[in-house]
Write a protein that binds this ligand. Structure first.
Ligand code: 5AD
Length: 443
């Protein structure tokens, strides 16, 4: 099974190539390959990860062709909206008219959307977000894998189940070889083309080890590697980039410095943002966002979190619900809820319709069995599957009852592909933002 259909190069301008997927055009950065117009490539996250032989590409494309157009039609049907419905709330109607005409919304509009209460209004808001997703991104959907390589952590984030203070957790650290083998298996056996490697801030995992893992995986198979090891230092980021990592998954968790400080003893928002900005300058794809529903968070904070994500030049928005963990200081707090998460995802699509890749997070899938379907129908266009070896997976307990801790990779893949098919989505690459293209062209 493959999670990215190959595309044909239509144009080349410096490092930027325009890749055609059955008539849909997306841009990608080519760093390493000798390519000409008419060549076939696989791209992930807007980076060319391999050149594909014409024979192989044409065989895959032939197998996909009919299905692709069926999916495209289905997506178009599912993403239509009817603004002539009776009883639409007047305020909502005005905001939707603005958004659909590309007029920027002001904060008051955004807060209004977050405060919608009637079921029919919320549904229309979500549908409008889905409409915008289709308009700018068509039916492309990214499917990434994540491998959680160690649950040791020297930090004390108040919400997190793998924080250093939790003595009720059995800790594991995959060896370098185990990580490399798991990554290569995810690519070669299961067809993943983009993988995130994540861990707690594990002092015993030295930067040399992390660099070694990335280099070894890149040497063995074509894949886009994202890193999520916490605050490794600005030089650390540089080393991870040079080793071949091209995405950074690092949430700032809250754009409100007071909330940030309260839940991250010993850490500052400034230091977190410095990491993200440095990664951005280095040329990483930025995946960032916040926790929805942290104690003390207001709706205005959520809007500010989205604004900050956009200002950081994020390609992917990772916003998930806060879920209280019993072995943390925030155990007694209320969790976020499905509606609040869907509103946030939809609002992201309104604020950054053209660039945002929006992830349905595992935390949301843990909160609701319908999360993926509902999220993908409310503006989201990206999912992540957990490919951590099963024996370790349940110990990466950042929150309780995490989704997919017992499901075999094959089952997750089947369910995901079935869901994407039922929604008319296809695994073509989503391309890259103009900002990141410019950043790479300047190098
Ligand atoms: N609920 C939801 N998400 C959590 N994370 C950590 N603890 C929790 C929790 N209790 C998220 C953080 C972090 C990511 C790896 O996991 O946002 O960035």
């Amino acid at each position: 099974m493959c999670y990215a259909i190959p595309g044909k190069i239509k144009e080349i301008d410096g490092k930027t190539v325009v890749v055609d997927y059955f008539g849909q055009e997306k841009r990608a950065i080519n760093e390493f390959y000798d390519l000409g117009v008419g060549d076939y490539v696989s791209a992930q996250g807007g980076f060319v990860i391999k050149k594909v032989s014409p024979a192989e590409a044409e065989e895959t494309l032939l197998a996909w062709k009919e299905l692709f157009f069926e999916l495209q039609d289905m997506d178009l049907r599912l993403s239509g909206i009817n603004l002539n419905q009776k009883n639409i709330d007047k305020g909502l109607r005005l905001i939707l008219d603005k958004a659909l005409e590309n007029i920027p919304l002001v904060k008051k509009d955004l807060l209004y959307l977050l405060s919608l209460d009637r079921q029919q209004d919320k549904e229309l808001f979500f549908k409008a977000a889905n409409f915008l997703r289709q308009k700018y991104h068509q039916n492309a959907c990214c499917v990434h894998g994540i491998i959680e390589i160690s649950n040791f952590c020297n930090q004390s984030c108040q919400y997190c189940g793998i924080a250093a203070s939790n003595r009720n957790l059995s800790r594991y650290r995959m060896s370098v070889t185990e990580v490399v083998e798991a990554a290569v298996e995810a690519v070669e056996k299961y067809g993943f083309q983009a993988l995130i490697l994540q861990s707690g801030e594990d002092s015993d995992y030295k930067l040399d080890d992390l660099v070694g893992i990335i280099e070894q995986v890149k040497n063995r198979c074509p894949v886009l590697i994202g890193v999520s090891f916490g605050e490794v230092g600005l030089d650390g980021l540089d080393r991870l980039y040079k080793a071949g990592a091209r995405a950074l998954l690092m949430r700032f968790e809250s754009s409100n410095p007071e909330i940030f400080a309260k839940v991250h003893p010993g850490r500052t928002l400034d230091s977190r943002l410095a990491h993200i900005r440095k990664a951005r300058d280095l040329g990483f794809i930025i995946m960032t966002g916040s926790l929805i529903g942290l104690p003390g968070q207001t709706r205005e904070d959520i809007v500010n979190d989205i604004y900050l994500t956009k200002a950081l030049g994020a390609e992917m928005y990772s916003f998930g619900p806060f879920l209280p963990h019993p072995d943390t200081p925030l155990a007694g707090c209320l969790p976020s809820n499905q509606e609040e998460v869907l509103k946030t995802l939809a609002l992201i699509r309104f604020i950054d319709p053209e660039t945002a890749k929006i992830l349905v997070t595992t935390a949301f899938e843990t909160l609701s069995s319908q999360a993926r379907r509902l999220g993908l129908l409310s503006g989201a266009n990206s999912v992540m599957l957990n490919v951590t070896p099963l024996k370790y997976r349940r110990h990466y307990a950042i929150y309780p009852d995490k989704a997919d801790i017992y499901s075999e990779i094959n089952d997750q893949i089947r369910e995901t592909i079935d869901l994407l098919k039922s929604l008319g989505r296809a695994p073509t690459d989503l391309g890259i933002s103009s900002d990141l293209v410019n950043n790479h062209e300047k190098k």
